[in-house]
Design a protein around this ligand. Structure first.
Ligand code: G1P
Length: 289
């Protein structure tokens, strides 16, 4: 079945970025010259997804404004003859068919995904976490869609991490079925290194069958009272196979200030207009270190 819908959880507090995120949604922090969330929406559109469902919360209005028409701004740019900017501003507003759902309480990633149930309905869908930034020749979700078509089951992106890093990710226990594809046998959210079932960590791209919703409904909250998507996946794989797709390539966890900085530097180096000058700047800076 074709994947038509994308769910983008964007309701979190962004506490790791305070005070920057006191009045600004974390997802609106820029990566070079675009807000983080615009990258994932563009990624979803490039994968031919037709409907984008963004899960928001109080104080996230800037996201809706960003993807909306702004006639005053367009008029102003038109008057000034800023054709390129005008085109870009209009393009963003016409980028995708986006709808928003307010998650009234932030009760975890699984709870946020469950909030999209009514709009997703009974069909498979993709989940994009805006914090996870990938730099790959073929978009990661495109690679995963291929695995989904061949195996006809949920597919989650995974990557090998150092054992000490297991505390930051959902970790899967798995059996390899082909190069870079695993059948998931277990999922543990943020385990201590000695309790991690492997070194394969879940990254923020998922293709999920609609049965995940029933699984999330019966998932008990964790110690912090949150319903984790990992918990739902663990239930789901008892009913149907779930696959992990190993991503090899550049990945940045832009969910922390240092990760965002690394992602920004890396993307800026590839930027068609700024890249060359920025590289020269970094060279000179490094020479002084
Ligand atoms: C979430 C998931 C975790 C996954 C991670 C990927 O954690 O709960 O399983 O490994 O995203 O970035 P978070 O980063 O929201 O704490």
């Amino acid at each position: 079945m074709k994947i038509r819908k994308a769910v983008i959880p964007a309701a979190g507090w962004g506490t790791r970025f305070l005070p920057a995120t006191k009045a600004l949604p974390k997802e609106m922090l820029p990566l070079v010259d675009k807000p983080m969330i615009q990258y994932v929406i563009e990624e979803a559109v490039s994968c031919d997804l037709e409907q984008i469902i963004v899960i928001t919360s109080l104080g996230k209005g800037a996201i809706e404004d960003h993807f909306d028409r702004d006639f005053e701004l367009e008029y102003f740019l038109e008057q000034k003859g800023e054709k390129r900017l005008l085109k870009e501003v209009r393009r963003i507003a016409e980028l995708a068919n986006i709808c928003y759902i307010r998650q009234r309480e932030q009760l975890g990633l699984g709870h946020a995904v469950l909030a999209a149930r009514g709009l997703v309905g009974d069909e498979p869908f993709a989940v994009f976490l805006p914090d996870d930034v990938f730099d790959a020749e073929v978009l990661l979700l495109k690679q995963m869609l291929d695995v989904y078509q061949r195996y006809n089951g949920s597919v989650i992106a995974v990557r090998r991490v150092a054992r000490e890093e297991s505390r930051r990710y959902g970790i899967i226990g798995a059996r390899q079925v082909e190069e870079r594809v695993y059948q998931v046998l277990d999922v543990v959210e943020k385990p201590e290194p000695d309790e991690a079932p492997s070194d394969l960590a879940i990254l923020g791209r998922y293709i999920l069958t609609p049965e995940i919703f029933a699984a999330l409904e019966t998932t008990a909250p964790d110690r912090r009272g949150e319903i984790q998507l990992s918990g739902g996946l663990k239930q789901l794989l008892q009913k149907q196979p779930v696959y992990g797709y190993e991503f090899e390539g550049k990945y940045y966890d832009a969910g922390t200030p240092l990760g965002l900085l690394k992602a920004t530097v890396s993307l800026a180096l590839d930027h068609p207009e700024m890249g060359a000058e920025f590289k020269e700047f970094l060279r000179r800076l490094a020479a002084d270190l």
